[in-house]
Ligand binder design. Structure first.
Ligand SMILES: C[S@@+](CC[C@H](N)C(=O)[O-])C[C@H]1O[C@@H](n2cnc3c(N)ncnc32)[C@H](O)[C@@H]1O
Length: 249
């Protein structure tokens, strides 16, 4: 939820007879019971909140992201994280949302318009120049989302996981060049498979000594023995995610 509109949104929900439970980890996240039709409310049309899994919101909240930067969301999709990133960067920041799917970017534009966010632009081309930060929320096996998409369990194989890991490494290598010296590269997946997470990080760091992993700014109570943080579903009732921030020397 947009922090300045929390009271208004909660009043809107209360008028519908819905009680929203505050998240234990993010002050601007609330859980509604079941599928109550939140997207039909006045507050939703006014762009005062977005519907997003808590775990997805925890990805960016894990990291220390300074306001005011120019960022590339390299795999922006329909923009769940791009909108969150734009809020974190504030009015002096800017997010270029890139994806190979124009239809997803069109949906992102609608969401940004609804949220009155003027600091997000879109591009199906890889933009030129360097950025203060690049987010690579990579395509993955989706094993962190099995509770909502159980069919994925039946189509995920060792070979498909390996194929995802190859793509993820390739995307990271491609977009890492767009991070300015001193800037951040944030990697994320909604997979719980180490091959796609720690494995990709280890391979990337081994061939890119100009990048170093940063410890999470917030660990939400999870142990972080290696590079990155894994959001396990059971702890905060979320989808599962992995995320790791790297800093270019
Ligand atoms: C995990 S989804 C992104 C979800 C999105 N960031 C969000 O928070 O809602 C991965 C995205 O990567 C995009 N993608 C796949 N291959 C790509 C490529 N070569 N370059 C850029 N984006 C790509 C897909 O179209 C998909 O939208």
């Amino acid at each position: 939820m947009q922090t300045e509109h929390i009271d208004e949104v909660l009043a809107d929900f209360a008028a519908q007879g819905w009680s929203a439970t505050p998240s234990m980890v993010l002050p601007y996240a609330f859980r509604l019971p079941g599928d109550v039709g939140a997207k039909a409310t006045e507050s939703f049309f006014a762009g005062r909140f977005e519907v997003q899994d808590l775990g997805s919101q925890m990805v960016l909240a894990t990291h220390a992201i300074a306001p005011g930067g120019r960022w590339l969301d390299a795999c922006a999709g329909a923009g769940g994280k791009a909108l969150h990133l734009a809020r974190m960067l504030g009015s002096t920041g800017h997010v270029v949302a890139h994806d190979i799917r124009p239809d997803a970017l069109a949906e992102l534009a609608e969401r940004a318009h609804r949220a009155r966010l003027k600091t997000v632009s879109r591009s199906t081309e890889v933009p030129p120049g360097q950025f203060d930060g690049v987010l690579v929320d990579a395509p993955c096996s989706g094993s962190g989302t099995w509770r909502r998409s159980p069919h994925l369990k039946w189509i995920t194989t060792p070979a498909s996981v390996e194929a995802h890991a190859r793509t993820q490494l390739e995307l990271l290598q491609r977009f890492a060049n767009l991070v300015r010296p001193g800037g951040q590269l944030i990697y994320a997946t909604c997979s719980l498979n180490r091959t796609e997470n720690e494995g990709v990080m280890t391979a990337f760091l081994a061939s890119h000594p100009e990048f170093a992993a940063e410890p999470p700014a917030h660990d939400f109570g999870f142990a972080c023995p290696g590079p990155g943080l894994t959001v396990l579903p059971a702890r905060h009732d979320t989808d599962g995610f992995f995320t790791c921030a790297l800093r270019r020397r």
